[in-house]
Write a protein that binds this ligand. Structure first.
Ligand code: MOS
Length: 780
């Protein structure tokens, strides 16, 4: 049998694209996902869920006689700790108590010998509900108390709007989006003989799960251990919900005194887990006759679903991206998360940004039409450059590349000429002719935690010399498919001058790794990678110290020798360039002599990153990734079905540590964003999802995927590892407004809501939500 590719020695540097160490296991099917794990004596859990969107829960009766085979039942009264999933707060109930607030809310749990038995055993419960009127519309939700509110003021937006040459108002809405990670949510819980709870499963953030288990199970931190299994995608959906299912599995394991596995099927996963927040945005803009922005007043409403969970932070990111990559001296933002009787909405790649980028980008297109210029020109006149300020007052540094992205994408797609031709073509097209259009978007994404978030965490990472002379990287960062497993070792190896083979990322296990923070917010490469680079250099230096200490010479000579040693390409070199040995071999000798070396380094975020949580002024993000898209679509004139045919993607990522991985992120994020724009729709009726299956919740497949042409720009950020910025969420932000703009260019219909489905396009056409034919004059 040929050796698996990961056994081949890899010589690679930052900027190369060596294969992922887990790639062979992933493509051959041997990787161990949570459902592949079987433990002796393990039984299976199932969840009884509310059929009502809103109801008083008057009583729960468990009647084991109704169950054919034995089963163990758990309700809220069996929770030893707090009945709340601890995220920002613990308002999200582990199991409903007294009231249910959405269809699918967990009410009770059972465990039985098989999954089928467990699902059958759910009939052993009798629940007494008294239905209440649900809140399901924006109008009703606006009457309720908000889950969270934020505001931002810069200059005097109302005054500037009153004085502006021209103004425009637009109301825009975006819908739910479901993550559709490869494997649905799943966890296995067991208790060891000493009472330690061990939970293994699919998750982004082992320490989030760890903390919420301590809270709900009333256990001290050393009695809880959380281990990440192989993960087939998270997209934010495995940021918040894994805490819920982990607690459920743990409660059942505690009651049954056995290991318990809980795995959702796709249907249950769609019904029960978090989605992207729908948004309703009211934008007003004031500008001069040439389309230069003078004022924006923006109201953002997010549908938080039934419980608060991470919504305050999603709203925060929405506020901070709502003005897009544009200069505007007067800004007023009022933002609220509203409560509705639908499943909780939570983290999803982009985290509030894709919604507001849809808002600002559709607004910019409307401003362009109003003053008679093309969409490229209006962006050229307003785009931020180095030295400009955002609405937070943050002055943009040298790593600001919005204009370059815009120029590159326009050039690659021949945007200005082709857009104008297609505008003119609308008026002269014959019946039944396929419609074609181009849409442009420009966007930014703040990398890492907002404001002082990274300062509060000062995330530690640990590095350790193993018995083979390798440096182990111990972090809480999971590889959910995004490539941490190869990107982080590349950074550490390059920083220390050692070979990629001399470094290994350890799979997260809270008994072993420090809490280096959650795997979210596009922070892994940029923030944790930077800290690992410092740690790897420190550990390498300890090995060099040991090497020199062995020399039998006087102290000053030793000190001089130590200063002159270099490590390059995995070899230790003396001042004359002679090779003293391979780092790995010498590190292995060091291990023989001293045993394992281990050290911990904390992230040291830039001191200049100050931010005021009250006024929303300051440096909201240490740096930003920048991007521009041109999406080209065909529109069937009879059915109004959209087919994306091509997407030009230009993103500035600081430094592409592993260009293969970066390209994968940019392509995948773009397709996910395109699907969000025209295809993916959660249909709700009376608080119930109508299309809660993959047969009916449609995401783009290979057949729907346009040709995606990616250009990675590098404008190294001085504080990033080798200049890298976080980029995982960036490509998700821009495609949806570009798809909408392309539909407008093709048909004249103005999509102010996504997904822009054929049904909606037809309605807008009949309601005359259309623009005239003919291209405006451009001064390009
Ligand atoms: Mo996320 S949406 O920062 O996992």
């Amino acid at each position: 049998m040929a050796p698996a590719p990961h056994t081949v020695k890899i010589v690679a540097h930052v900027g190369d694209s060596p294969p992922r160490p887990d790639g062979f296991a992933k493509v051959s099917g041997s990787a161990t996902y949570v459902d592949d794990i079987k433990l002796p004596g393990m039984i299976h859990g199932a969840t009884l869920r509310s059929p009502h969107p809103h109801a008083t829960l008057r009583g729960i009766t468990w009647n084991p006689k109704l169950v054919d085979h034995g089963a163990v039942a758990v309700t809220a009264s069996d929770i030893p700790g707090e009945n709340g999933v601890l995220l920002i707060d613990d308002e999200w109930p582990v199991l409903a108590e007294g009231i249910v607030r959405h269809v699918g809310e967990p009410v009770a749990l059972v465990a039985a010998a098989s999954r089928l038995d467990a699902h059958r055993a759910l009939t052993g419960f009798e629940i007494d509900y008294e239905p209440l009127a649900p809140v399901l519309s924006w109008e009703d939700a606006e009457q309720w108390e908000s889950l969270h509110e934020l505001k931002l003021d810069r200059g005097d937006a109302q005054q500037a709007l009153a004085c502006a040459d021209r103004t425009i108002a637009k109301t825009l809405t975006t819908g739910h989006q479901e993550h559709i990670y490869v494997e649905p949510q799943g966890m296995i819980a067991r208790f060891e003989d000493d009472g330690t709870l061990v939970v293994t499963g699919s998750m982004q953030c082992p320490y989030y799960v760890h903390r919420s288990l301590m809270h709900a199970l009333a256990l001290p931190r050393h009695k809880v251990r959380v281990i990440a299994a192989a993960i087939g995608g998270g997209f934010g959906g495995k940021e918040d919900y894994p805490s819920m299912i982990a607690i459920h599995a743990a409660l059942l394991s505690r009651a049954a005194q056995r290991p318990v596995k809980m795995i959702y099927d796709r249907h249950e996963d769609i019904v029960a887990t978090t989605k992207r927040h729908p948004a309703l945005m009211r934008y007003r803009a004031g500008y001069d006759k040439t389309g230069r922005l003078e004022a924006m007043a923006i109201e953002i409403l997010l549908d938080g679903g039934a419980y608060r969970t991470l919504s305050p932070v999603v709203l925060s990111r929405g506020v901070l991206h709502a003005t897009g990559p544009y200069r505007c001296p007067n800004v007023q933002i009022r933002a609220r998360v509203l409560r509705t009787n639908t499943a909780t909405n939570g983290a999803f790649r982009g985290f509030g940004t894709p919604q507001v980028i849809f808002g600002i980008e559709r607004l910019m297109d409307a401003v362009a039409r109003d003053v008679g210029i093309d969409p490229l020109t209006v962006r050229e006149r307003n785009v931020v450059d180095v030295g400009d300020s955002l609405a937070t007052g943050q002055v943009l540094d040298a790593s600001t590349s919005a204009r370059e992205c815009l120029d590159r994408v326009a050039k690659r797609s021949d945007y200005r000429t082709r857009w104008a031709e297609l505008e003119r073509a609308r008026s002269i097209r014959g019946d039944g002719e396929q419609l074609r259009g181009l849409g442009l978007s420009l966007f930014l994404h703040g990398a890492g935690f907002t404001g002082r978030g990274e300062h509060r965490m000062r995330s530690p990472v640990t590095v350790e010399l193993d018995n083979n002379g390798r440096i182990l990287l111990l972090t809480a960062q999971t590889d959910m498919g995004q490539g941490a497993i190869i990107t982080l070792p590349l950074i550490a190896a390059e920083a220390a001058g050692i070979s990629l083979d001399d470094v290994r990322l350890v799979n997260p296990d809270t008994a072993v790794v420090p809490d280096s923070g959650p795997t979210v917010a596009s922070r892994t490469t940029m923030v944790v990678g930077k800290t690992l680079a410092r740690a790897a250099v420190k550990l390498r230096d300890r090995v060099l110290d040991w090497l020199v200490e062995r020399e039998e010479t006087e102290t000053t000579r030793r000190a001089a020798l130590r200063r002159s040693l270099e490590v390059r390409e995995g070899k230790i070199l003396d001042p004359n360039g002679a090779v003293l040995g391979a780092f790995r071999a010498i590190a292995s000798q060091c291990y023989d002599d001293r045993g394992s070396l281990r050290l911990t380094v904390h992230n040291d975020p830039p001191a200049w990153q100050t931010f005021d949580d009250k006024t929303y002024q300051g440096v909201a993000y240490a740096t930003y990734g920048w991007g521009a898209n041109v999406v080209e679509v065909e529109l069937n004139p009879d059915t109004l079905e959209t087919s994306p045919v091509r997407a030009h993607v230009v993103c500035e990522v600081g430094k592409a540590i592993h260009p293969g991985i970066v390209r994968g992120q940019l392509e995948g994020g773009t397709l996910q964003g395109i699907g969000y724009g025209y295809l993916e729709q959660m249909k709700l009726d009376g608080g119930r999802y109508l299309n809660d299956r993959l047969a009916t919740y449609i995401i783009p497949t290979i057949k729907d995927c346009p040709a995606i042409e990616v250009e990675m720009l590098e404008n190294g950020w001085r504080e990033g590892p080798f200049g890298a910025k976080g980029l995982g969420e960036l490509p998700m932000d821009g495609p949806a407004p570009a798809v909408a703009a392309a539909i407008e260019n093709a048909s004249g219909i103005v999509p102010d809501a996504i997904p822009a489905t054929p049904e909606r396009l037809l309605r807008w056409e009949m309601e005359h939500q259309v623009v005239g034919d003919g291209a405006p004059q451009s001064e390009g």
